[in-house]
Design a protein around this ligand. Sequence first.
Ligand code: NAI
Ligand code: 3PG
Length: 500
Amino acid sequence: LTLPKPIVLIAEELSPATVSALGPDFEIKNIDGTDRKALLSALATADAILVRSATQVDAEAIAAAKQLKVIARAGVGLDNVDIKAATAAGVMVVNAPTSNIVSAAELAIGHLLSLARHIPDANASLKGDKWERNKFTGVELYDKTIGIVGLGRIGSLVAQRLSGFGARLIGYDPYISPAKAEQMGVSLASLDEVMEQSDFITIHIPKTAETTGLIGVDQFAKAKKELRIVNCSRGGIIDEDALLEALTTNRIAGAGLDVFNNEPPKGSPLLSLPNILVTPHLGASTEEAQEKAGISVAKSVRLALAGDLVPDAVNVAGGQIDESVRPGISMAEKLGQLVFGMADASLVSIEVEVRGEIVVHDVSVLKLAALKGVFQNAVTEQVSYVNAPLLAEQRGVEIKLTTDLVSEEYRNMTTIRAVLSDGSVISASGTVIGPKRHEKIIGINGYDVELAFAENLVLMVYADRPGIVAVYGKAFADAKVNIAAMQIARQQKGGKALSV
Ligand code: NAI
Ligand code: 3PG
């Protein structure tokens, strides 16, 4: 019997390196993600989808995708993916956050220089057999004030590149510290100050509810007449009506746009203005960026479809995973399954306790893995690292992660302690031992044990007296159940005993 290969949809033009990096383990289908009907129908059987910015992976698309495990954005901006809907459906969302940042930064510099020196218009003029030297007199960047809106990955690369031009750099980004900005050679300012003081502005922020229309009529009213503004981030961050007004009335000197409210911006009056320079969303369109983006998402898709955590996942709260923490992930998941199997009333709260030197690193992924294990057999929907915390929240199960550097008997130890609705508390502890990374159960409800996880485990608690093992041994034999391994523990002689 050969199992069908997982289906990976490629919904937009990606570098050929993407398919090579995906390898032979998938059935790859190419579709046009902008063809809504084709997209929804192909999503019905897809395990993964790879997109750029043109495919709308919204709530409707996600609802149509019953098998979908991962949405991979071969680029940076995620405004075309409904991350909330994906998370609720247990679908991982990944992007390629550094793949195209250099390309985007270089294009923004290209727009700034082109606006300053009229390069595109002069080129068109000369190719039209004219020699118009006076018409295309420009301005220098040197000694000018350049405002950078958004000092993240791309904004900081733009600042770095502009530092060679001898310009004064100011920046607006409410989420970075003045010291960080200073390191980039940028003085932080308010948006109003950036609008008032800048000769050039370049925008590098994501499109969110907060940033849509950030630069509108009021902001242009504050600008210098000489302002040339560039947007290579997302359409709609500059209000297009306000920009049209500012350019037609010469309120500002010029604009360079790589991105638009609607793409393509068919029939937009902006396109016919003499003082605007436009490119068709080319920020990431370089050989280097496309290759990096394609390979990066292909790797993420492989990991995600193998059930692994993905470093570039944007909707998994696991943080950076250190190598010393990684072996504990699958153990914590199994421990979660064990605890769920032990629970005979509903869960009220779950505490995941991690002990040992690994806690110097972020171990929150072990909490996620434990939750995934707990809920795996509790709900019919597919449980993933993505939706496990949500499932707990929806069920009103309180979750806590505690850590302790001290672990007396084992180098690392994870315990899941659950309070049940009848007031009882159950617990199971596990560890990962030695270079072969053996996963062991080392404690159950306060009994010390040391045994391997197995697909089928039977737990029996009884009075510690002779003859019990013979009784259940016979019962298993009569039922033709083979016992592959067994361990008996007791807390004190003559008290209760546990057989696993
Ligand atoms: P990033 O996440 O590294 O940086 C974004 C910065 O914007 C952060 O520092 C953040 O604090 C800041 N920010 C957020 N809200 C803000 C607000 N209301 N006001 C001011 N600053 C705010 O993102 P990165 O990689 O620099 O990319 C920025 C955007 O560029 C992406 O979201 C994407 O939409 C766009 N982009 C466009 C490309 C193109 O082809 N034209 C290529 C690549 C990215
Ligand atoms: C991005 O956010 O990565 C850029 O806007 C690039 O988009 P694209 O992949 O559609 O060119």
